[in-house]
Design a binder for this molecule. Structure first.
Ligand SMILES: NC(=O)c1ccc[n+]([C@@H]2O[C@H](COP(=O)([O-])OP(=O)(O)OC[C@H]3O[C@@H](n4cnc5c(N)ncnc54)[C@H](OP(=O)(O)O)[C@@H]3O)[C@@H](O)[C@H]2O)c1
Length: 398
């Protein structure tokens, strides 16, 4: 099985055939390791399975599950399906049952605490109790502070052993958006830009397609795929007429496309208003005629004015959280980027650097000029990856 990057953009390749071997449950624990550390191999496989839920399970978290017999043989595997469909644990139980495997007393290795509440599907904890499994190893607890620990408590009350498993950080990163929505009520905001070596995102006349090469562009689509929403500003709509859908990689569903457009200047004929997928515009002032034109094309419009007469960006993120958007992928111009950065709403920068110089032009963010270096916005680099001729940087605010 290929290793996953700590922050997989949905391109982590896994080979299920290779993983059909028994997992050596007791091969690698160190003397002071937690008991759950013995389940590193099946947890690694569960994490790889969870990758298959990217672009499928939103707004539900991406979860993978492997059921292991006492001798380490895998009895069943599963991952979360589309919202309203089966969760990972139920899929793994079904897989075991379809092979005629008995799971009584078996160990369930799962990337997230099994749910204990009735949502669109019955609680996974109940399904595991009913199946008679003996132990549940989980990489992380439910991030929702209101329900965290309840799934584990329910399992423990039924006599099932509970262990905290390894790879909590990887499990968290896979669901960084779900965690954000559960704990902060808003999506994880990832701001993507393609820049030249001299930091330009467009020529002075607005032309920016394409600064980077093919590999970087299809990688960008993989990141769009993992987001529930892709957002831009009206300036980019007017300059580039982008579609902002997922085309260069396969996906089961399209993200919600969002435009920040104070005065509803998006032309009804803009490509972003065309299918596939829903479109939502946030505006700051009503304009009946423009509203009717856009709504006639299927766009939804929400008014969220700030005191300055623009769209209230923090309120917009809260609204997107209520709509179930876990990860928000932003591809906007320097004005909207600057507003998001100034308001401290950016959780991550995804920067593709092309080895070319564009001369004078537009920047990553129109932040104005600073007087002192201490006023700069500082980031730490999380990951660097070469993609064709370009370089991909992943950064988070310090
Ligand atoms: N290289 C890249 O990665 C990349 C990606 C995307 C775009 N671009 C380039 O960026 C250029 C467009 O940049 P842009 O700065 O004009 O467009 P933009 O940042 O995409 O959109 C800016 C507009 O958003 C509206 N807005 C509404 N509420 C806002 C708020 N709270 N804060 C900030 N803006 C708000 C503003 O309209 P109001 O003034 O009406 O409020 C503003 O004019 C194009 O040339 C495009 O090619 C490059």
């Amino acid at each position: 099985m290929a290793a996953c990057s700590p922050l997989p953009p949905g391109r982590c390749h896994i080979n299920l055939e290779l993983s059909r071997t028994a997992h050596p449950l007791n091969s690698t624990p160190t003397p002071d390791a937690e008991p759950g550390a013995a389940f590193a191999a099946p947890m690694r496989e569960a994490l790889a399975l969870a990758q298959h839920a990217i672009g499928l399970s939103d707004p539900n978290p991406r979860v993978g599950c492997v059921i292991v017999a006492a001798d380490g043989h895998v009895l069943g595997r599963g991952h979360t399906q589309e919202a309203g469909g089966a969760h990972a644990e139920v899929m793994a139980l079904r897989d075991a049952s379809s092979r005629g495997a008995h799971v009584q007393g078996a160990t369930v290795v799962v990337t997230l605490e099994p749910c204990s509440h009735h949502g669109r599907t019955p609680p996974c904890a109940d399904a595991l109790i009913e199946a008679g499994v003996g132990r549940v190893v989980m990489a992380m607890r439910d991030p929702n502070p209101l329900v965290a620990g309840q799934g584990a408590a329910r399992l423990a009350a039924a006599g099932i052993e509970i262990l905290d498993g390894p790879f909590a950080t990887k499990a968290h990163e896979l669901n960084v958006g779900f965690v954000s929505r559960m704990t902060r009520g808003r999506p994880w905001l990832r701001l993507k830009v393609a820049v030249s070596l001299d930091g330009r995102t467009a020529l002075a006349n607005g032309a920016s397609q394409w600064i980077t090469g093919e590999a970087a562009r299809s990688d960008g689509h993989a990141w769009r795929k993992r987001a529930g929403g892709v957002l831009t500003g009206v300036g980019t709509v007017l300059d580039d007429d982008p579609r902002l859908d997922v085309r260069l990689v396969r996906t089961a569903k399209q993200p919600l496309r969002v435009v920040v457009d104070s005065r509803l200047e998006t032309p009804p004929a803009a490509r972003i208003v065309e299918p596939p997928g829903p479109v939502l515009l946030y505006a700051a002032a009503e304009n009946g005629e423009r509203r009717r034109g856009l709504e006639a094309r299927g766009a939804e419009i929400t008014l969220l004015p700030s005191p300055s007469g623009k769209v209230d960006l923090a309120a917009m993120l809260a609204d997107l959280g209520r709509r179930g958007i876990n990860e928000l992928h932003v591809e906007a111009g320097e004005k909207l980027n600057a507003s998001l950065l100034r308001e401290g709403l950016v959780d991550e920068l995804l920067v593709y650097v092309a080895p070319r110089l564009l001369g004078s032009g537009r920047g990553l963010a129109a932040l104005g000029s600073f007087e002192r270096l201490e006023q700069s916005l500082d980031f730490r680099i999380i990951e660097t990856t070469a993609l064709g001729d370009d370089l991909r940087l992943l950064l988070r605010p310090r």
